[in-house]
Design a protein around this ligand. Structure first.
Ligand code: NDP
Ligand code: 8X3
Length: 249
């Protein structure tokens, strides 16, 4: 019997790749995002039996509920929630950052993720399902300009671990996936469409692809039911850690 996944942020990057990978592996997917035309293209490409488009802004709970409360019967019983929709806005140091950007990141990466998880948890418990949250290496390693983005991802990681504790004994599996550099629209979004910044970051670096992360998500989702990956950090070989900084007089 085919299982059903809900993947947020499926109009681009990691989310879209997750839908493609999961469908190829026999899952049905509810694909969400704001850009309806991209979701429609995904449905046209993968088939309406396999993908259902749910168009909404994750911050808008009324629009979300309108899209999810009357799902076609074949998609109504969700076994896997992939909380992927998210973004970074800006790279400025905190003292120069835009407060609205900070609020947008918190509302999207934290509040909307928590709210959707809360909505779906009863069904996931009933079906012994799974939650896979896309956090980031920014959850663990701070970097200049990462301020609130890193804070939101640290929340996602710790929320994931807390869910593990609360869901003890229910059979529900919960995982925090923590990628480093993945070439997607992420940097274009972060920089307000700066193509040069995108090229500078990814150029010559052999970053991970959205497909790499999607394959990891599918692997985690399809592990035998007695196994839980708690956290999984991954980077391209070209990326590693750097040291502390020291300001001198
Ligand atoms: P993309 O910008 O390519 O995709 C982001 C997705 O999130 C889009 O589908 C977008 O859909 C959706 N999204 C953003 N805001 C909203 C919103 N308010 N309502 C609904 N959907 C929204 O970036 P990635 O694929 O790289 O990012 C996916 C996740 O991976 C994010 O959580 C990001 O933080 C995380 N991540 C990314 C890394 C990277 O290096 N790229 C590394 C580590 C983690 P739409 O705009 O159509 O609404
Ligand atoms: C995205 C990766 O390193 O740009 O989460 O924060 S990073």
């Amino acid at each position: 019997m085919s299982r059903t996944a809900l993947v947020t942020g499926a109009t681009a990057g990691i989310g879209e790749a997750c839908v493609r990978n999961l469908v190829a592996s026999g899952w049905r997917c509810i694909a969400t995002g704001r850009r309806a035309e991209r979701l429609e293209a995904l449905v046209a490409d993968l088939g309406a039996d396999n993908v259902h488009a749910a168009v909404f802004d994750v911050r808008d709970t009324a629009a979300r509920d309108a899209a999810l409360d009357n799902l076609p019967q074949a998609f109504a019983r969700i076994d896997l929630l992939v909380n992927n929709a998210g973004l970074a806005l800006g790279t400025a140091p905190a003292q120069e950052a835009n407060l609205d950007d900070w609020k947008t990141m918190i509302e999207t990466n934290v509040t909307a993720l928590v709210s959707l998880t809360h909505k779906l948890l009863p069904g996931l418990v009933e079906r012994k399902g799974a939650v896979i949250n896309i956090a980031s290496v920014a959850a663990t390693y701070p970097y200049p300009g990462g301020n609130v983005y890193g804070g939101t991802k640290a929340f996602v990681r710790q929320f994931t671990l807390g869910l593990r504790s609360d869901l003890h004994g229910t059979g529900v599996r919960v995982t925090s996936i923590e990628p480093g550099m993945v070439e997607t629209e992420f940097t274009l979004v972060r920089t307000g469409g700066n193509r040069e910044a995108h090229e500078r970051l990814y150029g010559g670096a052999q970053p991970m692809t959205a497909g790499d992360i999607a394959e990891t998500v599918r692997w985690v989702a399809e592990l035998p039911p007695h196994l839980n990956i708690n956290t999984l950090e991954l980077m391209p070989v070209s990326q590693s850690y750097a040291g502390f900084q020291v300001a001198r007089e």
